[in-house]
Design a binder for this molecule. Structure first.
Ligand code: HXC
Length: 523
């Protein structure tokens, strides 16, 4: 090789090494001391070994204000590129906090939008690993413009490719809206936070003292606000969980999720499941026990496990196929729907529908939670989202009515009337306008008022309740009308669902028979 050629080769190799240093060794050490991996280490752990191809490694900012021309780093605080995870292509950007706090400049934003565009064209998931002080203050409007371009692409890609964002450091101000527009948000405990305005501004504006962690840490957002879906122990755990989530998702909305070979027999009759749902409608039980008995062993991956826990949602597999599971949780608020659980269910149903993931719904719902807090908080408009999402969904929709299925809850939880393809009911199912006691107190009010003593009233109530239960609190009226396709024993659930799913896997349906721009989702 000529000397001139080898010099040119050396130049590029040197530049590559320089780029790898980001903000320098001292800043990298600080990052590690803070319990965080660097942007590159995170990518390495996420992708298949040797598969990462970096894009725009030599990009630098072009700001001349505030002496910024003296402060440059190759890559400009974000590492971008493509790779494979479990053999499937993904597009990645990973913000590098070691250079100017991972802040977002015009060129930094251009790198991210290039990756978003590539991912959308290729039909592959885009994964953002966020660790940034937000808009690069020295760049002013250019950095705001950058955020706007990112948000616009988040919306364009919504429902086309999975968008997954992990918050692995700060994420403040308007920067939170890119994650908020994505499909899933992961947060790392203790090292990440998200908020519109930080503790200092909160103190100045309203005099409230609050820590970073309480205001916008992983636990606050996965338990209270519902902004984030998964809280992780550290960076490694976060990356492991991103891979788990990816395994349930297709690469895009025209694709199907991968089928994972399954050792669990699809027709396994589960005797233990017969004992899980109590006949007494007032007795609580943990719906996880139903879910874990029905789906492929160990396959349930819960989404938002600590938020609105009166509903359970998550991914599982049925004979190797990815499904979205929605269930009422009788252990919390007796499984009632409320504002938060409605949002949680509706969002999950729409996510599954967008990505061709069939839905399996387990029903044990006394109705919507009563009270002024719920009414004034807008339970009507939030509850409407569940009805909208199920009605709009065109993936195979399988429903199992386990026990209570009363009133609006019956309709909303993927009833036949909202387009369920198959509805099963257990012998313990009670499908009625409302619970027996409440119904009797309304329709027999006059008769009850005639009772001379409380004992007499009690006796009348118990007679009428027994009569009402006989008439309505069972699955047979609904099955006589064809609203329930079959009454099954709990132990038959796995086999029945697997067969239904296989029969319906080729389902094709338009979400609307009338051409329209888009519907008007209740908000
Ligand atoms: C430019 C920034 C920066 C920013 C941090 N840095 N954020 N530079 N623009 N937004 C720089 C710091 O000056 C410092 O540079 C280096 O990054 C590391 O930051 P530290 O403060 O030393 O780190 P730490 O103590 O860990 O604190 C991190 C932080 C803090 C909490 C994120 O840096 C901070 O409060 N930054 C400002 C956050 C902010 O208000 N951003 C704007 C939000 S509004 P040196 O040279 O000292 O190493 C927004 C609008 C977006 O983003 C709108 C979109 C629609």
């Amino acid at each position: 090789m000529s000397e001139q050629l080898s010099e040119k080769f050396k130049e590029v190799l040197d530049l590559r090494e320089k780029a790898k240093l980001g903000g320098g060794t001292e800043a990298i050490e600080k990052q590690h001391k803070g319990g965080k991996l660097t942007a590159r280490e995170r990518i390495e752990k996420l992708v298949d070994k040797g598969s990462f191809v970096e894009v725009d490694q030599f990009v630098v900012h072009r700001c001349y204000d505030f002496d910024m021309e003296k402060k440059k780093a190759l890559g400009d605080a974000v590492v971008t590129g493509y790779a494979t995870v479990d053999g499937r292509p993904v597009f990645i950007y990973s913000q590098d906090f070691t250079f100017v706090g991972g802040s977002l400049s015009e060129m930094h934003a251009k790198k991210i939008t290039k990756i978003q565009d590539m991912a959308l064209k290729a039909g592959a998931p885009v994964i953002g690993l966020n660790d940034s002080g937000g808009a690069r203050i020295q760049e002013g409007i250019n950095s705001l413009a950058g955020y706007g371009e990112i948000f616009y692409r988040n919306v364009q890609a919504s429902g086309v490719i999975p968008q997954i964002i992990a918050i692995m450091g700060p994420c403040a101000g308007g920067a939170v809206y890119s994650p908020a527009l994505a499909d899933f948000i992961f947060m790392v405990r203790k090292t990440s936070y998200m908020f519109i305005t930080g503790p200092k501004v909160v103190k100045a504006a309203i005099g409230e003292d609050v820590s970073f962690e309480v205001l916008g840490g992983a636990d606050s957002h996965t338990k209270l606000s519902g902004v984030a879906h998964f809280a992780c122990e550290n960076d490694e755990d976060c990356i492991k969980q991103i891979k788990t989530l990816l395994s349930y998702l297709p690469s895009n909305n025209m694709d199907d999720a991968p089928i994972i070979e399954c050792a669990d027999p699809p027709d396994r009759a589960d005797e233990e499941l017969n004992e899980v749902v109590p006949a007494d409608p007032k007795k609580p039980y943990d719906v996880h026990d139903v879910i874990n008995h029905v789906f492929d062993k160990g396959s349930f991956y819960e989404v938002q496990p600590n938020f609105a826990m009166n509903a359970v949602v998550g991914f599982a597999r049925l004979n190797g196929r990815s499904v979205g599971v929605v269930a009422n949780q009788p252990m919390i608020y007796a499984g009632c729907l409320d504002i938060d659980s409605s949002d949680k269910i509706a969002r999950f149903v729409r996510t599954c529908d967008a990505f061709n993931i069939p839905l399996v719904t387990f029903v044990d719902v006394p109705g919507y939670l009563p009270g002024t807090k719920q009414e004034h908080g807008g339970v009507i408009r939030h509850g409407a989202k569940v009805i909208y999402a199920y009605s709009e969904a065109t993936v195979p929709k399988l429903t199992v009515i386990m026990r209570k299925s009363y009133g609006g809850g019956y309709i909303a939880m993927c009833s036949r009337h909202l387009g369920a393809d198959v509805v099963f009911a257990y012998p313990t199912a009670e499908i009625a306008v409302m619970g027996p006691q409440e119904a009797i107190e309304i329709i027999h009010r006059n008769e009850l008022m005639k009772a001379k003593t409380p004992e007499e009233a009690k006796e009348i109530i118990s007679r009428l309740v027994a009569d009402y239960k006989n008439k309505f609190a069972n699955p047979y009226v609904a099955s006589q009308l064809g609203y329930v396709d079959a009454v099954i024993l709990p132990k038959e659930t796995r086999s029945a669902l697997t067969k239904a799913l296989e029969a319906l896997i080729t389902k094709r349906e338009l979400s609307s028979r009338i051409p329209k721009k888009h519907g008007n989702l209740p908000a």
